[in-house]
Design a protein. Structure first.
Length: 164
């Protein structure tokens, strides 16, 4: 069974986001071993300077690195990442699964930053970058959207009618 980790900066506070994420996590339990790791977002003032934002992102990046599972492939979510269709994501995940069966990559990690995104070094170190859209979404909603797309990828690869 595939092992997938969502490593998220920031905690889900709103009940409706948490309920939606829990529903997709439940659905995914048939297809993969899913782990969701939440890291605290660095606190910043109301109007932080670019230097303060950079310092906070660097601290978050170090916390992320400490939590990355060994032998994992990281897909960093960022607005400048590569746009993929649901079918492309399904093919990418299927290809990764074939490579993982050899024992080389044990886990696929999707990395979601906090409200200021991810530190550039994390994006540069990632196996791939992924953009949900050129539009801006709350990072909490991005988590739900990503879980749905992972579920959809499994449904596509299984040939079910979920993906229309």
């Amino acid at each position: 069974m595939q092992r997938i980790t969502l490593l998220c900066v920031g905690k889900l506070k709103e009940k409706f986001y948490a309920e939606a994420a829990a529903e997709y996590a439940k659905r995914l339990s048939r297809y993969c071993k899913l782990e969701i790791i939440e890291l605290p977002e660095e606190r910043l003032s109301e109007n932080p300077s670019p230097a303060q934002i950079g310092a906070a992102l660097a601290k978050e990046a170090e916390a992320v690195r400490r939590k990355l599972p060994p032998s994992s492939r990281v897909a960093a979510l960022c607005v400048e990442g590569r746009l993929r269709s649901s079918e492309e994501l399904a093919r990418t995940m299927a290809a990764w699964a074939l490579g993982a069966e050899g024992g080389l990559e044990k886990r696929l990690v999707f990395l979601i930053g906090g409200s200021f995104g991810l530190h550039e070094s994390l994006k540069a170190e990632a196996w791939t970058t992924l953009s949900m859209s050129p539009m801006t979404f709350p990072h909490h909603l991005a988590r739900v959207m990503l879980l749905e797309q992972i579920y959809r990828a499994y449904q596509i690869n299984a040939g079910t009618r979920y993906h229309k």
